[in-house]
Design a protein around this ligand. Structure first.
Ligand SMILES: Nc1ncnc2c1ncn2[C@@H]1O[C@H](COP(=O)(O)OP(=O)(O)OP(=O)(O)O)[C@@H](O)[C@H]1O
Length: 266
């Protein structure tokens, strides 16, 4: 049994605003937006995945993420964060239990569900437009170009369509990876330590940008990080994994780094 300290969520399906409104730029963007939820809900019901019989892995996990909510998953190395993200992104199938996105059972990779990983996985032979528009091939040329331009605008790189990945900095490449994920208008955005390879200043500014994008785009976000302060700063809610189980699930505003360290045994 996990020592789960689940805290009651507000009754509304609309997530509360983050408690980090100190950035004036973000504040301006936040206030200019009418917040109506577009993100999908995410439900895990008794989800279990073990590598080998009785081996390491995760579960049973039970989790409900509201449409438009931003949660972070923290946990020590080997606690099951990547396994959980692989299950959420449909790359692994639960051995027991079910995952529902917007009420529909997840069977394998899903277009409304995109994953941004630690190292940007851009195709080096394609331009920025080719990368960002990769999942938009069914659209007309004009519509595709418009969605690419919109996504680049969101990540603060308008006009970068013709650049190649090797002409960009590490931070810019991660922005393009996020733009590619956003371009398909996902119901759920999964981020696996997307800023861990970046320097502190770039990491902080990208984290702020991500907050603004989340608030504007109304998507549901699941963000995995090793950094406890980043988890508390970014998200509304922190889920801590330990030995493949949920050891804590609580609003960020009720937590401090010290509490998280104690729960995680750090
Ligand atoms: N392919 C695999 N085969 C066997 N065991 C695995 C495999 N992948 C992961 N594991 C084990 O499952 C457990 C959870 O691993 P996972 O990679 O999900 O943890 P993590 O929290 O993401 O770790 P890190 O922070 O180091 O990336 C670990 O004990 C790991 O050794």
């Amino acid at each position: 049994m996990s020592a789960r300290a689940k805290t009651e969520q507000p009754p509304s399906e609309e997530p509360s605003r983050p408690g980090v409104e100190e950035s004036s730029r973000r504040e301006k963007r936040v206030l200019s937006s009418t917040r109506a939820t577009r993100g999908a809900s995410l439900d895990l019901q008794n989800v279990t995945y073990r590598y080998g019989r009785g081996g390491a892995g995760v579960g049973p996990l039970n989790l409900h993420v509201k449409p438009g909510e931003f949660i972070t998953i923290v946990g020590p190395s080997g606690s099951g964060k990547s396994t959980l993200l692989s299950l959420l992104s449909g790359f692994l199938t639960p051995q027991q239990g079910d995952i529902f996105l917007g009420g529909e059972r997840v069977h394998g990779p899903h277009p409304a569900l995109t994953l941004v990983q630690q190292e940007s996985a851009l195709f080096p032979w394609l331009t920025v437009a080719g990368n960002v528009g990769f999942g938009l091939k069914k659209l007309s040329r004009e519509e595709r170009a418009r969605q690419i331009a919109d996504a680049l605008h969101l990540v603060g790189l308008p006009g970068y369509e013709r650049r190649r990945p090797h002409e960009l900095s590490g931070g810019q490449r991660q922005r393009i990876s996020i733009a590619r994920a956003l371009a398909v208008k996902p119901g759920l955005l999964l981020l696996d330590e997307p800023f861990s390879a970046l320097d502190h200043a770039t990491r902080t500014s990208l984290a702020d940008e991500l907050m603004a994008i989340w608030w504007e785009q109304k998507i549901t976000v699941v963000f995995v990080t090793h950094q406890l302060d980043e988890a508390l700063h970014l998200s509304q809610r922190v889920v801590a994994l330990r030995h493949g189980e949920i050891a804590l699930d609580a609003p960020s505003g009720e937590l401090g780094v010290g509490t998280l360290k104690r729960v995680l045994g750090e």
